[in-house]
Design a protein around this ligand. Structure first.
Ligand SMILES: C[S@@+](CC[C@H](N)C(=O)[O-])C[C@H]1O[C@@H](n2cnc3c(N)ncnc32)[C@H](O)[C@@H]1O
Length: 191
């Protein structure tokens, strides 16, 4: 964890705390049946050779790997505010071809200048970590940067339909995520 992140946690890191980032991959694999839902997401996205896929909140690069495993030759671009997670993503995907491209930063249409216009944008396991205003902002920016006829794919936790599900979600995922809004305010996320 860098000092600046420690003093000013403006975003929730992948596993809730910066020191847990190296364990994010194992955690998400064990707790969310990741192979199943991520495989389904990539299937729905159906990457094609002329696709430019932008992954907002790309984390440790798991979606880049899943897209590469499926094949199809699409170009992958990932952006995430967390430099530690992005370092892991770059290491994990260093041998892939085509080579994924990662940037560190908060996503805005302006923050991806220099990259080609995405034909597909995905926001995967990010929206549950941010407040309502940030959810709306991310969706607006995705809309602004998509190529004409482009598509947006969102994957996240579903609604907790029963009281028990709600309690369990609060005791687990929301204990780690949703503690910080991206503005740095100490409030729970809106979901
Ligand atoms: C639970 S992880 C999901 C990572 C990856 N998308 C995946 O599917 O494994 C959430 C990621 O969202 C990033 N994040 C947090 N706040 C964000 C924001 N306001 N905008 C973009 N990304 C954000 C975090 O740094 C973290 O890497």
């Amino acid at each position: 964890m860098s000092d600046s992140q420690d003093r000013n946690p403006r975003f929730t890191p992948a596993a809730g705390y910066h020191f847990l980032t190296p364990f994010y991959d194992a955690g998400v694999a064990i707790t969310t049946r990741e192979r199943r839902w991520r495989g389904r997401l990539v299937e729905l996205m159906a990457p094609a050779p002329d696709d430019i896929i932008l992954d907002v909140g790309s984390g440790t690069g798991n979606l880049a790997l899943a897209i590469a495993r499926r094949g199809g030759g699409a170009r992958y671009l990932g952006i995430d505010p967390d430099d530690a997670a992005t370092r892991i993503a770059r290491e994990k995907t260093a041998r892939l071809s085509p080579q994924p491209d990662f940037r560190v930063g908060f996503f805005t249409a302006a923050s991806i200048v220099g990259w080609p216009m995405p034909t597909k944008v995905t926001i995967c396991l990010v929206l549950h970590q941010v407040g309502l205003a940030e959810k709306a902002r991310l969706l607006r920016e995705a809309w602004l940067c998509l190529a004409p006829g482009g598509q947006l794919y969102i994957a996240d936790y579903g609604e907790q339909r029963s009281r028990l599900m709600r309690i369990l979600f609060r005791l687990t995922i929301q204990q780690l995520d949703g503690r910080w809004l991206s503005t740095g305010a100490h409030r729970r996320s809106g979901i």
